[in-house]
Design a protein around this ligand. Sequence first.
Ligand code: SF4
Ligand code: SF4
Length: 353
Amino acid sequence: MSFKILPKHLFKTWVERLRATHRVVAPKEVYGQYIFDEIHSADEIVLDYHTSVLPPKKYLLPPREELFDFNAKTMEMRPLIEEIQPTVIFALHTCDMHAMTILDKIHDTGYADQHYQARRRKTTLVSIECLTPCMEHAFCKSMGTLSVPDSFDIHLTDLGDRYAVDVGSEQGEALVEGMTFFWQATETDYDKVNEVMATKWPSFQYRLDFDVTELPDLLAVSLKSPVWDELGDICLACGQCTKVCPTCYCFDVVDEVDLRLEHGKRIRVWDSCLIEKFAVVAGGHNFRSSRARRLRHRFNRKGKFQQEAYGLLGCVGCGRCALSCPVHITPVDTFNRLNARRQRAQEGQARSS
Ligand code: SF4
Ligand code: SF4
């Protein structure tokens, strides 16, 4: 929509102006880690953070939320849609922007999720170009998420003494409207953006040993791969990998009812397909009882099932699950091991034919 320039020394002025009308959420440092949290001063924002512990999805899909309340006697129900303050989330990395695109699509397909959408309507996203890898586990270049998706509201690029401010939506336009300290980009600014982007690209490595477009097929032929049992043998079924994932959205629902069993609320809480009880159904049957099968399911969701259902891969290469897994199970290692086995099997077939 428009391409503007913001001098760096005026960035905090912009944030403070936004704080007058919005809740502003941004990465900030807490005990050496970075978390997305509401800021109460522009001084708290850390733009050059490595990855955050939890992704910003927690502002759209909270770990615990009330869906509706009910009267068990009269059978009346009332939806509980949270009306949040207009919110700006600052400094999303491009992988997290891709994750938001996936969540938007999922929650707007079929039975649209009113709770998610009510929050999303009030949320504007300000992303930032990653100029160097944020951490060793990130593999965004392999997953095609190193550039911002088209759905951004505002995207910032650090040009040294100034930010390039790419405005991509009307919601984004509203955040810069009337702010006279932005100016229209000149030829010099465009040249600087090109220079910065050309320098950035080689500093990221491809970490998958194959092209990501092959991933759904690789998983399809790997259904019976021994890799799943090897990983299942060491997995602790702690569910940590799903808790930190920006694209995981599986949940459980519980009813909280008062002591007289009259009034209650239905609550949605985060769940994890890696924990043992996730797939337990009536009669106590567990249709994914082994850790190997649960891991296989999770990696298939990331690399195959969501591609088939929504046209987008379910993994954006942020690396959070690799960072947080206590036994070092990582998507890169898993996918590369499956690929190596597939290659060995193909070579064996070629020799015997
Ligand atoms: S599966 Fe892991 S690397 Fe992929 S998006 Fe989720 S947390 Fe990030
Ligand atoms: S974090 Fe690691 S050990 Fe825990 S459930 Fe996930 S893969 Fe298994």
